[in-house]
Design a protein around this ligand. Structure first.
Ligand SMILES: O=C(O)C(=O)C[C@]1(C(=O)O)C=C[C@@H](O)C=C1
Length: 287
């Protein structure tokens, strides 16, 4: 959700656009490209297990007083710079580092249109980090050998931070999807929210045709973006693909889409928090 950069202190996209499902889905589709490219970038390097193990580098412990992993330290360093330029002031960006450990923005805050219901905002980054570390990284780097280590800890961590940022943004966009769906028919959601009925809420937000089309499109993107055009053009034969198409599709199917749905449902469960009976009744009567 970029700002217009002017001194007017307003952002460029209005509330109605932000809540339009077409706009939201266009953002999600664009993020597919970013995520596929970022995965390809990370897949150039080996798994490098020490990067993900807490306390694995004595230099980090001694020089930076940092006991967690190398990648988490680099996330904190990167996010500290980004916090200063207001990245986490926008309603679609959430840090992996606890916000209280990050510096304040240098410039005064921008005003964003009130789109999300503030009390319902969720942060899924600790779960995203766990499955990225334990599943995504080993899967996309398997071609270098199981648990292989090429010592490229800086380059690989830079790519990790890029993948994690794009995946996190994509997943937290689920809150905009939820708000949009809620606004279009609040009455359908109120009862399952009050009954804490996750299954019913998940059924209300799930669109199997959208998911199916996404996975088909994604397979094509992974195939096209991951092909070795240099070998094809120079030698007239297929080179080695830069990424396993099926792995990219699996990561979306088993991780990214389900996590987006968890965020959507978690958001909805908190969507009525702090509202009076009258306010909920008004929502229920809105068509
Ligand atoms: O596009 C939507 O309606 C979404 O809720 C997003 C999304 C996704 O993660 O891509 C998640 C759930 C739906 O079943 C379809 C797609």
């Amino acid at each position: 959700m970029s700002s217009n950069g002017s001194s007017g202190q307003h952002t460029s996209v209005d509330r109605q656009t932000l809540l339009s499902l077409d706009h939201i889905r266009a953002v999600l589709i664009r993020l597919e490209d970013t995520i596929v490219f970022d995965l390809i970038e990370r897949a150039q390097y080996a798994h490098n297990p020490p990067m993900y193990a807490p306390g694995a580098f004595k230099e980090l412990r001694e020089k930076e007083n940092w006991e967690a992993s190398w990648v988490e330290w680099f996330l904190k360093e990167t996010e500290a710079a980004h916090a200063k330029v207001r990245r986490f002031d926008t309603p679609d960006e959430y840090p992996f580092t606890p916000i209280e450990q990050l510096p304040k923005a240098i410039l005064p805050p921008l005003t964003y249109p009130d789109v999300l219901f503030k009390a319902a905002v969720v942060n899924a980054n600790s779960r995203i980090w766990s499955w990225y570390r334990d599943d995504v990284v080993p899967a996309i780097t398997r071609k270098h050998g199981l648990q292989a280590d090429d010592g490229q800890y800086g380059s690989a961590a830079t790519r990790d931070v890029e993948v994690l940022s794009a995946v996190s943004r994509r997943i937290h966009f689920g809150m905009f999807v939820s708000e949009s769906k809620f606004q279009s028919s609040p009455a359908d959601f109120i009862e399952p929210i009050r009954a804490r009925d996750r299954v019913k809420l998940e059924a209300l937000i799930t669109k199997p045709a959208v998911e199916a089309a996404l996975l088909v499109r994604l397979a094509e993107k992974a195939k096209v973006y991951g092909q070795d055009l240099d070998t094809l053009l120079a030698a007239g034969k297929q080179g080695t693909a830069k990424i396993d198409t099926e792995e990219v599709v699996r990561i979306y199917r088993e991780r990214i889409i389900p996590e987006t749905k968890v965020v959507e449902v978690d958001y909805l469960l908190k969507r009525l928090e702090g509202l009076s009976e009258e306010e909920v009744a008004n929502l229920a009567n809105r068509r």
